[in-house]
Design a protein around this ligand. Structure first.
Ligand code: NAP
Length: 454
């Protein structure tokens, strides 16, 4: 485990093998029947207790996240609050696995639908939100009565292990939550997905790995939930409140230092306000304090690892070579750590390569548009469809454009959509299924239909 601020080793962690993966599934399978039979209220109370423990230890957990992931403490604290809220929300949802009773249209019988836990679930999470991506899966799985094996990202296993300890302390019985850190992610996950006792895989990460897991899940026809990559467009119309659009841009772009699937990846600004928006965004970006994530004054920490910073650097260099202007930032600093400065690029062509890929760093490329149709066409010119941001004071336009954009979520005059009480997820190659809200619980329940005569 490396500290992203220095590149130094901060901890060594057990490296789970395929045999460990089998042992983890053994434990989850053994615990499954008793957990499914535990009253929903009791399951909910364990989650509620986990929420309280996380909240009480927020500072300690935030420091751990910041240490292993590199993000600024302010972002890490935000993540702990967000992550803990999934336990609170699903503590409340645990008692809401309602079914249906209906009379068949023919009148011949009743239709009874009961919800039952899917069974043993394999959860695979990324490094960018090491706590929240775990609680967003563990919360609904436990609420529904499922047992789980969580395989955290190799770069951030410490937070996942801390979550498991908190759940144990909250009274969750042994075997219900198992954490399997491993550098051999492909091997251990494949091993588990091939095990007939595993009934679901819930994955958050890149579309590339999501495709591999979907193919593996097809072998045993297991239930899948996929939260994959994003390429969020951020649309600013000339009739927008520019102050609000700038505030929204700073959150949508810079939350988590740009390392978020929801990060605004492409800015489309109506030509008449583009100069002012670009100038003011560059001023705000240039004013951010960059430094070690664990320093309380830092607003932007280092990126998570060398590969990520090298990729961001090459995307920016290519854009500048193709004619873009770095209004602020644009040059990787010398010295240790995986730092990249907040950067604003103007003069980007509508078909530039930087608009096709997830940047996953603090870089805002700006393209101009001249009509609503053109803005929507640009927004939809991607195989991804996670989230989009739209800024306009014309409500009719805001709703029209929100409906026309191919995305699972839209922030309308808002730069932040994530909320445990709302269904989070994407369309197109950004994923399948939803996390959070009531939908999040349903992902871990099967509907059993019983045709009844009574
Ligand atoms: P990633 O490379 O896809 O890795 C995600 C997880 O999958 C990690 O635990 C990783 O383990 C594991 N993994 C990698 N290869 C695997 C394989 N062949 N079989 C099984 N598991 C495998 O993604 P990342 O770089 O960690 O995260 C960034 C991506 O996540 C971005 O694309 C981002 O948009 C997406 N994301 C999406 C959401 C959402 O809700 N839609 C939220 C957050 C992030 P290792 O760490 O060992 O490689």
């Amino acid at each position: 485990m490396l500290d992203p601020a220095t590149g130094d080793v901060i901890a060594t962690v057990a490296d789970g093998s395929e045999a460990d993966a089998v042992a983890a599934v053994d434990a989850a399978a053994e615990a499954a029947a008793a957990w499914a039979a535990t009253p929903p209220r009791v399951r909910g109370e364990h989650l509620r207790r986990a929420f309280e423990l996380m909240s009480a230890r927020a500072d300690e957990l935030a420091r751990l996240i910041s240490l292993e992931n590199g993000k600024a403490l302010v972002d890490a604290k935000g993540e702990v609050t967000y992550a803990a809220e999934f336990f609170r929300w699903f503590a409340e949802e645990a008692v809401r696995g309602e079914g249906i009773v209906n009379t068949a249209p023919s009148g011949a019988n009743r239709i009874l639908v009961v919800r039952q836990p899917v069974g043993v679930c394999v959860l695979v999470t990324p490094w960018n939100f090491p706590a929240a991506m775990a609680t967003r899966k563990i919360g609904p799985a436990l609420a529904a009565g499922c047992t789980v094996v969580l395989k955290p990202a190799s770069d951030t296993p410490l937070t996942a292990l801390a979550m498991a300890a908190i759940l144990a302390e909250a009274g969750v019985p042994a075997g219900v939550v198992n954490v399997l850190p491993s550098r051999s992610s492909g091997k251990v996950v494949s091993k588990m997905l091939a095990d007939p006792r595993v009934r679901k895989v819930s994955f958050t990460g890149s579309t590339e790995v999501g495709r591999i897991l979907l193919a593996q899940a097809a072998e045993n026809v297991i239930n899948t939930s996929m939260e994959l990559g994003g390429n969020a467009p951020f649309l600013v119309f000339a009739d927008a409140d520019l102050d609000a659009a700038l505030d929204g841009a700073m959150i949508a772009k810079m939350r988590n230092g740009g390392e978020a699937c929801t990060a605004a990846n492409r800015f489309y600004v109506e030509a008449s306000v583009a100069d002012e928006f670009s100038r003011r965004l560059a001023e705000r970006m240039a004013g951010l304090r960059v430094g070690p994530g664990t320093d309380a004054n830092t607003q932007v920490g280092p990126l998570v690892n060398e590969d990520t910073v090298a990729k961001v650097d090459s995307l920016v260099r290519d854009a500048v070579t193709a004619g873009a202007t770095a209004v602020t930032g644009g040059t990787r600093p010398d010295g240790p750590g995986f730092y990249y400065p907040p950067t604003v690029l103007t003069g980007i062509a509508g078909d530039a390569p930087i608009l096709k890929e997830e940047i996953f760093g603090p870089v805002a490329p700006i393209v101009t548009f001249t009509s609503e149709d053109e803005a929507v066409r640009y927004a939809n010119d991607t195989e991804f469809g996670l989230v989009a941001y739209v800024f306009t004071q014309d409500l009719a336009r805001g709703l029209r454009v929100s409906e026309a954009i191919e995305a699972g979520m839209v922030g309308l005059n808002r730069g932040l959509v994530s909320d445990p009480a709302a269904p989070f997820g994407g369309v197109k190659q950004s994923g399948i299924g939803r996390e959070g809200g009531h939908e999040g619980l349903l992902e871990y329940l099967e509907s059993k239909y019983i045709a009844v005569n009574w």
